[in-house]
Design a protein around this ligand. Structure first.
Ligand code: AMP
Length: 272
């Protein structure tokens, strides 16, 4: 009997549910964890105000046919005597998101290791939107000989292109419109790549100029090799353009895999 696991922090949306549905289709039993993991939030981040509609989430998962929901308390996950850390090294675990959010991936790596150890699934499901997290989890699953197959599901977006995120709930209507610069920038970069542009700096600039136009505060825009997360020397199929930017006080991330993902939104010309 195969077991699938979908780790989440709750406030479930269609992005999470796409992973749950895939797990249900591929595994005999599916467990979803809901745990807002304090270790992956920095001291100035939104841990306290992160949405926690647990009853609604459990009802949604029950309706979907999930077999078990694991909602541990912080004390159960992190007893005071705990002293073990899990760190993924190299550019993968130490660049980009790791620089913007010090300690974030150590928190992710520890909680994922503990969740995989608790549930011992055959497969665990993660979303491509958190691209660097996916790579970190794949690395640790192999390095620690977990035997768990890590499965990555595509990014689910709203019709206007914005990637679904529990943090989108923080955006005012005006901020949400500004946030569309992210999928627009990625779409323009995808189009330039399709037209033959191979220079990383040109593709990065295509995204950054859209972000500048809406006064977003940019943490990074980077074109990376998806396995190592080192900067790509030349854009090629499968290279990932990663974006992290703040719209007002809300930090959003997104990613596009060149030559693989559809452009998140329609750009230029067509609007009436
Ligand atoms: P979170 O609750 O934010 O920790 O997310 C739980 C899982 O859902 C992670 O593997 C995320 O990458 C994934 N996820 C979040 N947003 C999306 C999305 N828009 N599309 C697909 N997967 C997503």
């Amino acid at each position: 009997m195969s077991v699938g696991m979908v780790p989440t922090m709750g406030a479930l949306h269609r992005g999470h549910m796409s992973l749950v549905e895939r797990a249900l289709a591929e595994c005999d039993r599916v467990v979803v964890s809901i745990f807002v993991n304090p270790r992956q939030f920095g001291p100035q981040e939104d841990y306290a105000r992160y949405p926690r509609p647990v009853d609604d989430d459990v009802a949604t998962l029950a309706t979907a046919g999930v077999h078990a929901v694991f909602c541990p308390s912080v004390d159960a996950m992190y007893p005071a005597e705990g002293a073990t850390s899990v760190h993924v090294g190299g550019p993968l675990g130490e660049r980009l998101e790791a620089v913007s959010r010090p300690g974030h991936f150590d928190g992710v790596a520890l909680v994922v290791t503990k969740l995989l150890t608790a549930a011992r699934p055959d497969r665990a499901y993660f979303g491509q939107k958190d691209a660097q997290q996916c790579a970190v989890v794949q690395r640790l699953a192999r390095d620690l000989d977990t035997g768990v197959q890590i499965i990555i599901g595509p990014t689910v977006r709203d019709p206007d292109g914005l990637a679904l995120s529990s943090r989108n709930a923080y955006l005012s209507p005006a901020e949400r419109r500004r946030a569309l610069a992210i999928p627009r920038g990625l779409s323009i970069a995808a189009q330039r790549f399709y037209e033959g542009e191979k220079r990383p700096a040109a593709l990065v600039e295509a995204v950054e100029s859209e972000l500048r136009a809406v006064d977003a505060s940019v943490d990074y825009v980077a074109l990376v090799d998806p396995t190592t997360f080192a900067d790509a020397l030349e854009a090629g199929r499968g290279c990932e353009i990663l974006v992290a930017a703040r719209i007002g006080s809300t930090r959003l991330i997104d990613v596009l895999r060149l030559g693989m993902d559809e452009a998140p939104c329609v750009i230029g010309g067509g609007a009436t």
